[in-house]
Design a binder for this molecule. Structure first.
Ligand code: SAM
Length: 320
């Protein structure tokens, strides 16, 4: 029988994370997307006996699971519910310094995809919520997918489907959304899947990737402000890292990967002046060394074991 932790979520690129980040005895870690704690556990093993960890997640279930998994490290672990964007609140609250490793494994876990409360899956019928971790007690300013679908203008919805989902049939899908919602509120995932199904050409429905994938991805990214969060957290995390500290990010789609890649490239350069500027006027100084010239992707062995690893990309940089 499968161990429950494995069921919860199998960490992707685990060996690669450990090899490149190379955690050392006594180093402190912030894991901003703690999930089931799989990556955290492997890093804590390496930083034993003294290295501490601040683990953050939006989702209560994830925190319960990781608490169970990390039981034997209880004296070295602080768990907080929240958004990784606000990690500074927690470092201050717990006087958590220095920070040697900052790690994010973005997106959602397999269990969250299956969860009935979040409505993230197009294979199950649930309310169109899509807030990772749900609303609840968390001081939550996120809107739900249902609010986007029913209240936003056609142009605004088309924009997110195109920008965040690269959905080529965005206009057709949104046209049906607008005509459907004029009759009746669109409240659940099944209604949305039916709308997509009746909008896109038949051939689009016979492809490897489910025809609702891109719309659902786009809505999830918009609801959780995933790209904005990443853009905000990278410079903050980098500023707080100790010299020699490493920042490791696993992303699952090209939009996130591009943000990480550009941030690393920018901070790995001494001058950001336009090409052809005779002397540097920006005075920008290189502050990191990129440890993954190309993003690391899953081995064929992992691809076979864990389909979720298919689109995972790991990039790591070291603060100078
Ligand atoms: C892919 S899972 C992480 C799995 C984890 N590395 C492991 O080994 O089990 C991503 C986790 O990040 C959390 N998450 C996503 N966005 C977040 C955010 N902005 N702030 C905090 N947690 C977030 C999700 O709730 C989910 O539990």
């Amino acid at each position: 029988m499968k161990d429950r932790t494995m069921y919860f979520h199998e960490p992707v690129l685990l060996d690669e994370v450990i090899n490149v980040i190379d955690p050392k005895q006594g180093e402190n870690l912030i894991d901003g997307t703690l999930g089931g704690g799989g990556h955290a556990e492997a890093i804590l093993k390496k930083t034993s006996p003294g290295g501490k960890m601040l683990g953050i997640d939006l989702d209560d279930e994830a925190l319960i699971e990781s608490k169970r998994r990390l039981e034997k490290y209880v004296d070295r672990v602080i768990l907080e519910k929240g958004n990784f964007v606000n990690f500074l609140e927690f470092t201050e609250k717990h006087n958590f310094h220095p920070i040697n490793i900052f790690f994010l494994d973005l997106g959602i876990s397999s269990q969250q995809l299956d969860s009935d409360s979040m409505g993230l899956s197009f294979l199950k019928n649930n309310l169109l919520d899509m807030r990772i971790g749900g609303g609840g007690s968390y001081d939550d300013e996120r809107i739900t997918a249902e609010q986007i679908i029913n209240n936003w203008s056609a142009d605004e919805i088309i924009k997110i489907l195109k920008d965040y989902g690269e959905e080529r049939y965005a206009k057709l899908i949104v046209r049906t959304i607008i005509s459907t919602r004029a009759e009746k509120k669109i409240e659940n995932t099944e209604q949305l899947v039916d709308i997509i199904s009746s909008s896109v050409p038949e051939r689009y429905k016979n492809q490897k990737i489910h025809y609702a994938t891109k719309t659902f991805q786009a809505l999830r990214i918009a609801v959780n402000q995933e790209l904005e969060s990443l853009q905000i957290v990278l410079p903050k995390a980098f500023e707080l890292l100790q010299s020699g500290g490493r920042i490791g990010i696993i992303s699952f789609h090209s939009l996130e990967d591009r943000i990480v890649k550009r941030f690393f490239q920018k901070e790995a350069k001494d001058c950001l002046c336009e090409v052809g500027t005779p002397t540097c006027v920006c005075n920008h100084k290189k502050s990191l060394e990129i440890l993954t010239k190309k993003p690391i992707t899953a081995s064929s062995e992992e691809l076979q074991k864990n389909p979720r690893s298919r689109s995972a990309k790991l990039r790591v940089a070291k603060k100078i």
